[in-house]
Design a binder for this molecule. Structure first.
Ligand code: LLP
Length: 432
């Protein structure tokens, strides 16, 4: 198995995560358990930060898209790597604030930020608000008057690049709930409105073309489209655009067979496009922001479960049931997401049993993976599912009143709890 450097095998034949024995982690902290490898997270952060420096002369900032995995410790790690963060809710702002994150390095996204969230963002000193629509712009303009200050904003633009298909296409994206459309002229109207708003300081524009993208060419294309727009804004309207935020979406390995482009290549190729486009269009090279989420934490994480019943349905399939499921990983039921799994106790052995991994929720669709290969499963074994660092904890729920698992951070074999396991008392905390 070759998902990331976080996962190895020790002399007992057990899976290791960040150098710690996964079977021991399961015993010590109980299951289900999210485990993250700090070294891998930091390596990924440095990969982005260093390539921003190397290929773009450091004229930019890497923002961690914290929706991928948000908790106080994660903001502390990202902060210590000199990055900013992208947040999408009052809850993420609150978490960052409580972690002591430099709020001027926070970019606040969202297609329907509430009035209270906008007030909270302004009062917390959030650095930039990425405005999604004209109503938000108007609300911010009136809040600016109330607070007696100008609000620094970027406008979210739909560049018309749909990278969700393997061969990206430039269509369709007008039909997205996010941002201002370029093709219809809506984006330029919004630029003019922002520029004319006394309380608004229009700093830049933003786009995000999708997630789990393996190919760099749609990113290059999006950068080109955005620079063409910047040229138009500057030359036709005389409005200066200083920042260009190109979003996130860099793909990671879920399956052994996945082959994402190394994300360091992204800055190299996109920087080249930006520099040559700016030279050709005779515009200044903008300050760049990129927003990796999944690529920072995804492949640095695994989820550990304890195997319960193994149900063999002759000639149909074998269900291996675990003590978690769609509560802690809703990505299979939502997107049929693919994962590799293995029996941590028998990690050195061949994965030659084809099984369907089922969760414990009262829901037939509560599966983690269908027809996947693992080592011989037995009751009490620890089952690991890999690449669950992103969009697992952050999308977890209490369906069936199941408490959410703890998250343990491992650093060179040493482990510590960074999010405690929920208790039944936590489950009824807000019941009246
Ligand atoms: N920036 C913006 C504006 C975004 O909307 C997103 C993700 C990101 C950055 C980070 O994208 P990443 O680098 O993590 O791909 N729940 C889905 C993923 C939703 C992504 C939403 N936006 C999943 O589990 O695959």
């Amino acid at each position: 198995m070759n998902i990331s450097e976080s996962f190895g095998c020790n002399e007992k034949g057990h899976l290791t995560i960040g150098g710690a024995d996964a079977v021991e982690l399961a015993k010590e902290y109980s299951t289900p358990l999210y485990v993250l490898d700090e070294q891998e997270i930091r390596k990924n952060c440095r990969g982005f930060v260093n390539s921003m420096n190397e290929y773009y002369g450091g004229n930019g900032l890497v923002l961690y898209a914290s929706k991928a995995f948000s908790c106080k410790e994660m903001y502390r790690i990202v902060m210590s790597e000199g990055m900013g963060a992208d947040v999408v809710s009052g809850g993420e702002i609150y978490t960052a604030l409580k972690a002591g994150f430099p709020m001027d390095k926070i970019y606040f996204h969202g297609n329907n930020k509430t009035y209270d969230e906008l007030v909270f963002a302004i009062e917390s000193g959030v650095g930039r608000i990425v405005v999604d629509n004209i109503f938000e712009l108007e609300t911010l303009n009136s809040l600016a008057a109330k607070y007696g200050k100008k609000i620094d904003v970027l406008l979210r633009i739909k560049p018309g690049v749909n990278a969700h298909t393997h061969d990206f296409v430039r269509t369709g994206q007008i039909d997205s709930k996010f941002g201002f459309a370029l093709e219809t002229g809506e984006a330029m109207e919004a630029i003019k409105a922002a520029n004319a708003s006394v309380g608004i300081n229009l700093v830049g524009i933003h786009c995000h073309i999708g997630s789990q993208i393996f190919d760099i060419s749609p990113f290059e294309y999006a950068a080109k489209v955005m620079l063409e727009f910047i040229e138009k804004i500057e030359k036709d309207e005389g409005i200066e655009i200083v920042e260009l935020n190109l979003g996130g979406g860099f793909g990671i390995k879920y399956l052994d067979s996945d082959n994402p482009a190394p994300f360091q290549n992204y800055m190299e190729r996109v920087s080249k496009v930006i520099k040559s486009e700016c030279a050709a269009r005779e515009i200044k090279t903008p300050y760049i922001l990129i927003e990796p989420g999944r690529a920072i934490v995804g492949a640095a994480g695994a989820t550990l479960y304890t195997i319960g019943a193994v149900k063999e349905i002759p000639d149909i399939r074998t269900y291996v049931t675990v003590d978690g499921g769609m509560n802690d990983n809703p990505r299979y039921i939502l997107y049929k997401s693919e994962y590799e799994a293995a029996v941590a106790d028998k990690f050195s052995q061949e994965r030659d049993f084809t099984v369907t991994i089922a969760g414990k929720c009262c829901e037939s669709g509560d599966l983690i993976q269908e027809n996947t290969k693992i080592q011989k499963p037995e009751i009490g074994d620890t089952l690991a599912v890999f690449s669950t660092g992103a969009y697992n904890y952050s999308m977890a729920s209490n369906y069936n009143r199941i408490p959410r698992p703890a998250t343990v951070m491992v650093n060179n074999g040493e482990s510590r709890v960074i999010i405690k396991r929920e208790t039944y008392e936590d489950i009824i905390r807000n019941d009246v």
